[in-house]
Write a protein that binds this ligand. Structure first.
Ligand SMILES: *[C@@H]1O[C@H](CO)[C@@H](O)[C@H](O)[C@H]1NC(C)=O
Ligand SMILES: *[C@@H]1O[C@H](CO)[C@@H](O)[C@H](O)[C@H]1NC(C)=O
Length: 615
């Protein structure tokens, strides 16, 4: 269906080895000597090549070498001085990943990436014993992720990925809101893909998201990826659905919340663990949440909904009847996966989605009519939760490191949910029996408007109070557009129950609002100006966002591919060259002329001014 990108030279070597073995007896001594010599030469050359292809993460190993922190900013020369000895003498960390060279589906990135959150929560990683190291093949081990806690990478790339197959003004809205709010230029995956060729039946329109995302991550993380596009294990990737997602808060707020969510989750995990042994679980990936477990097991994906943890939100979120009626999903705290938004480190995300891709392939190859993308990572999440419960319940520590490693590899994905919908609100199940809605676009300075909404919904005392602290302290994106802008005077979507003012509004329910509400958000009337600001070439080196966390700051940088041209890019077959740019006309136009009023152009819908075409 699509190619798994290998990053090993080991395969060529193995093939050679076996062909030598097969023809062994028929050969004369001279020929054999020749083969042995060539073999040595090939081994030597591939070893040297591997050495020089080592991604810069290996630099982290050099205890007495300076760690380059600006390596994401430009093409950089990889320092290889001490690397060679590391390759052949695997460190304990490297043994955690005996890569499967034949089909490199899910064995990579097994060793959890160390993130600031994990350092904050002081979560130690189990260290394999020397016995478990011995049998590791050095040829496989060089690709392992090798990291040590003391030298965390503080400069990270931040990539935005959007799966979309065809143009529409709704896709345009997703993309222009991202650009206008300072997110990285999106990388579009699956453009032009016909989902039937992947699902082999008439359903499953969203399924290509899974292999498409793996293909992108494999390409961007490949050692030979172009430096303009390259992602390392710890670089952050945000994937959002196209067509029904709007951004409403800038990237630095979303990033700060992402760190906070993981920090809180890791504290919860630590508390639930409550023993002296190192905790074998933690969170680095966050997916959006929903109120209903969907799809059900008859879909071919078993999400083990009944085994998922309870929401950490207040038990009376929707009043005394919260979660009393299993069929009234609206009254449930979000605790199930929604596939609209995923964010996490590239390495961990790849591992999760490789696992999902493997499950998807297994299902489709058995003729199962899989139809829901979210059901598949949802199943991985459900299995992770069962594994975690079992780990906590076990009285005895498992000292068998091989077994431990295999179990971690197959079930712990550092995967969790955005329970409070701070990253993304899903609008499905937000309507009441009385025709009211849990959320609305409001001016947060207008407390009487908030009170009126809240009282109508029976919320007493009123919960939502003004602009959230993290929004207040963020730079206002209208600073260069109007005089002394005030967040409280800018229309933002807020939820009166959860008190969330999300970074993303995901219109998975009431989809007509994508048109009827499009002029409501604060940015709408400033869209052309905001785009002009954010589409200008970046002449100065400045990070997209700097996030302060407890032990220092992390700078998030856009890929150098978008430095001079900020138009979105299309994922092709590989990332060995910079990805191709795509123009707004090609993204935003109506796919079908029957969808538009005569004389209406996409820019008339998107900007709703008399400003004419946009490019
Ligand atoms: C640094 O390199 C020297 C040799 O150049 C070596 O003796 C020393 O052990 C190294 N230090 C660390 C921390 O690796
Ligand atoms: C606040 O909202 C109410 C109700 O929507 C509205 O009548 C009032 O004019 C608003 N006040 C201000 C200062 O905008």
């Amino acid at each position: 269906m699509y190619q798994w990108v290998r990053r090993h030279h080991g395969l060529d070597f193995q093939i050679l080895k076996s062909s030598v073995a097969l023809g062994f007896r028929k050969l004369s001594r001279v020929t054999m000597l020749f083969i042995v010599l060539s073999l040595s030469l090939i081994v030597f050359m591939s070893y040297t090549k591997a050495t020089f292809n080592v991604p810069h993460t290996l630099e982290h190993l050099q205890g007495n070498q300076t760690l380059e922190t600006g390596q994401h900013l430009s093409t950089q020369t990889v320092q290889v001085k001490h690397v060679s000895s590391q390759i052949l003498s695997p460190l304990p960390e490297s043994t955690a990943e005996p890569d499967n060279v034949q089909l490199d589906v899910m064995t990579k990135g097994l060793k959890p990436t160390l993130t600031p959150e994990s350092a904050i929560a002081e979560i130690a990683e189990p260290t394999p014993s020397p016995e478990s190291i011995k049998h590791v093949d050095p040829i496989d081990s060089h690709s392992s992720k090798l990291e040590i806690p003391q030298e965390q990478q503080r400069d990270r790339r931040f990539a935005l990925v959007i799966p979309a197959t065809s143009p529409s003004p709704d896709l345009c809205k997703t993309i222009v809101t991202a650009l206008a709010l300072g997110y990285p230029s999106p990388i579009i995956i699956n453009w032009g893909v016909d989902y039937h060729t992947i699902t082999k039946w008439e359903g499953g329109q969203n399924l290509p998201k899974i292999p498409g995302f793996v293909k992108y991550l494999d390409a961007a993380m490949h050692p030979e990826a172009h430096p303009d596009e390259k992602l390392e294990e710890d670089d952050l990737v945000l994937m959002v659905d196209a067509y029904d997602v709007w951004f409403q808060l800038p990237a630095d707020i979303l990033l700060r919340r992402y760190h906070e969510i993981n920090k809180r989750a890791n504290i919860r995990l630590q508390q639930q663990w409550g023993r002296d042994e190192p905790i074998p679980m933690r969170q680095t990936i966050v997916a959006a949440s929903g109120k209903n477990c969907h799809p059900q097991p008859d879909s071919g994906s078993n999400m083990h909904c009944e085994r998922l943890p309870d929401s950490p939100l207040r038990a009376d979120l929707y009043g005394p009847n919260t979660e009393k009626d299993a069929t009234k999903h609206r009254d449930h705290r979000p605790k199930y996966i929604n596939g609209g938004v995923y964010i996490g480190p590239a390495g961990d995300m790849r591992r999760l989605f490789r696992r999902a891709a493997q499950k998807m392939e297994a299902g489709l190859s058995q003729g199962i009519h899989l139809f829901s993308e979210q059901g598949i990572p949802g199943e991985v999440l459900g299995e992770q939760e069962i594994w975690r419960q079992w780990q906590r319940a076990m009285k005895e520590v498992v000292y068998d490191n091989d077994a431990k490693f295999l179990m971690d590899r197959d079930f712990e994905y550092h995967f969790g949910l955005d329970y409070s919908q701070e990253l993304s609100i899903q609008t499905f199940w937000t309507d009441t029996d009385h025709g009211l809605f849990d959320g609305a676009f409001v001016l947060l300075n207008n407390q009487s408007a908030i009170d009126a909404h809240s009282e109508a919904l029976g919320i007493s005392p009123v919960r939502l109070k003004g602009v959230p602290e993290d929004v207040k302290s963020a730079k206002n994106p209208l600073t260069d557009v109007i005089e002394s802008p005030d967040w409280g005077e800018m229309e933002l979507y807020a939820d009166f129950f959860t008190e969330s003012v999300p970074a993303i509004v995901h219109h998975n329910g009431f989809k007509e609002r994508r048109t009827s509400w499009w002029d409501k958000p604060w940015f709408h009337q400033h869209l052309r100006k905001l785009l002009a600001i954010h589409l200008a070439p970046r002449r100065t080196e400045a990070p997209l966002a700097t996030v302060e966390i407890e032990d220092g700051g992390v700078k998030y940088w856009a890929a150098t591919a978008e430095k001079l041209d900020r138009r979105p890019r299309l994922m092709g077959d590989s990332a060995q060259a910079p990805l191709k740019k795509i123009g707004f006309q090609d993204i935003c136009q109506y796919a079908d002329d029957s969808l538009r009023q005569p004389g209406d152009h996409w820019w008339d819908e998107v900007f709703r001014d008399a400003g004419g075409p946009f490019s």
